[in-house]
Every structure is written in structure tokens, then in C-alpha cells.
Design a binder for this molecule. Structure first.
Ligand code: SAM
Length: 235
């Protein structure tokens, strides 16, 4: 791992970690993120957690190669079970689906005691993470959106305190699109949601061909409304 081969995505995740943090990177794979963060003096120590053998060994090899064994502890286990309560102040979980990230946080709730910041990078369904954060007393303090190699990613940063970014009137839409990203409303955001609308329109065509049962009608109506409200934001 060197400067140039850490993805833009993971560099942006690293930028969300406050200097001097003790980090747990869950689903660390090659441990590129904690190694980069340690090398650049962002963190003082890290745990790289991995549930699968292959990525676990890749992480061990990478940490050994850089001689960071005294600073980065590679641990095998499911989700947050690799950390002890109070051991870290920041948790990063990157490169998984939103539902998996939310389920890891839910299953490891007791380990979040003492954790000040979560940096979460879902590949899909970021809305499910926003819902989890809302239900569990975490406040979104930042949202980023980026495109790399033709894929669009979102990065959600949350803390226990902060200004509520949601509005009462647009709450459901903000959970879907991201309350902060909706305000930033940059080119990548517009591209992501324009692509989503194209996909939703294809689903709508399928619904139109299907037998109009009440269930189909309801789903169709829900989709029509979703398309209309997202289009409104993109205007
Ligand atoms: N975080 C790295 C990144 O963003 O590039 C690696 C992402 S990789 C696609 C997802 C990793 O998460 C895999 O190495 C997988 O083994 C690991 N993983 C999946 N579920 C996990 C869980 N419940 N606990 C720990 N690791 C998990």
C-alpha cells in the first residue's frame, strides 16, 4: 500500500477520522485504511476486524509488511465483537451494503459505549443506515458523495451530538437522499438520483404490465410518488 494505490473512496473515509483517534475498522480486508491512517498520523492505534479468513490473512500480511504490529491489531471476528467496550473512539465500516452495516451496528450496540464517531461508507442503501442512526441517537454531522471508477459512493459521518440535519416536512425524502447531500446537491448527487429514477421508471413499466392487484397498485403509486418527489429535488 502506498499513497497512490489507496482508493479516493478510502482516502475520503480517512479524512473523516479526527486526528489522534483510536480506530476500529470493521471489514478491513487488506487493512489499507488503518495502515494509511496510522502512516499519516491520523490515528494512534487501530483494530482491523475481519470475519473471513482470506481478508483476515491479507490484513495480517499488510500490517506485518509495514511493521505496524505494535499499533494495529488484526482480529478475526464478526462485526464489533472484535473490540472491547471503551477500546476505540472511532469506528469505520466501508465497502458493504447499508443493511449489513446497520446490522453490524445493531448487533454490536453495547460496544458503541465510548465511541464518539462513526464513519460509514455503504455501497448501496445508505437510507437504512440513516434510519439506524436516527433510531439509536446518532446525529449525521457530514455526508459526502464521490464517484470512482464509474461507481458512486456515499460516506456518512455521525456523532452522538450535533445539530439535527433533518426537517419535519421532508423527513422521509431526506432519509432516502441524505439531508446534507440534498443541500450540497452536487453533480454526482444529481447523476446518482437521475440514474435511480431511470431504474425506477423501468420497474414502473413492469408494474404497468402486471395484473393490477391492490398490492401492485399500491407499489406503483408509491413509486410514482417517489419519482415525483426526487425529480422535484433535482430540478
Ligand atoms: N473495508 C474495505 C474497503 O472498503 O475497501 C473492504 C471492503 S470488502 C468489500 C468487505 C469486507 O467486509 C470483506 O473483506 C468481508 O470479509 C468483510 N465483512 C463482511 N461482513 C463482515 C462482518 N460481519 N464482520 C467483519 N467483517 C465483515
Amino acid at each position: 500500500m502506498n499513497e497512490s494505490n489507496l482508493s479516493k473512496r478510502l482516502k475520503l473515509v480517512a479524512e473523516q477520522i479526527p486526528t489522534g483517534s483510536r480506530l476500529a475498522d470493521i471489514g478491513s480486508d487488506h487493512a489499507y485504511l488503518p495502515c494509511f491512517a496510522f502512516k499519516h498520523g491520523i490515528i494512534t492505534a487501530a483494530i482491523a476486524g475481519e470475519v473471513n479468513d482470506g481478508p483476515f490473512h491479507s490484513a495480517v500480511d499488510q500490517v506485518n509488511k509495514l511493521n505496524y504490529q505494535d499499533h494495529i491489531s488484526v482480529r478475526k471476528g464478526n462485526g464489533l465483537e472484535v473490540i472491547a467496550e471503551g477500546e476505540v473512539d472511532v469506528i469505520t465500516i466501508a465497502g458493504m451494503g447499508g443493511p449489513l452495516i446497520a446490522s453490524i451496528l445493531e448487533a454490536g450496540k453495547t460496544k458503541l459505549e465510548g465511541v464518539k464517531r462513526l464513519v460509514l461508507q455503504p455501497n448501496v442503501a445508505a437510507n437504512q443506515i440513516r434510519v439506524w442512526l436516527e433510531a439509536n441517537g446518532w446525529t449525521l454531522i457530514n455526508e459526502l458523495i464521490l464517484e470512482e471508477d464509474g461507481i458512486i459512493y456515499e460516506i456518512l459521518t455521525a456523532e452522538r451530538h450535533g445539530e439535527n440535519p433533518y426537517s419535519v416536512a421532508n423527513y422521509q425524502l431526506e432519509l432516502l437522499l441524505g439531508p446534507i447531500l440534498m443541500k450540497i446537491r452536487n453533480e454526482i448527487f444529481i447523476k446518482k438520483w437521475t440514474n435511480e429514477i431511470t431504474e425506477w421508471r423501468k420497474i414502473l413499466t413492469q408494474f404497468e404490465k402486471a395484473k393490477p392487484t391492490p398490492e401492485v397498485q399500491n407499489k406503483k403509486q408509491e413509486l410514482v410518488e417517489r419519482i415525483r418527489s426526487v425529480e422535484e429535488v433535482l430540478k
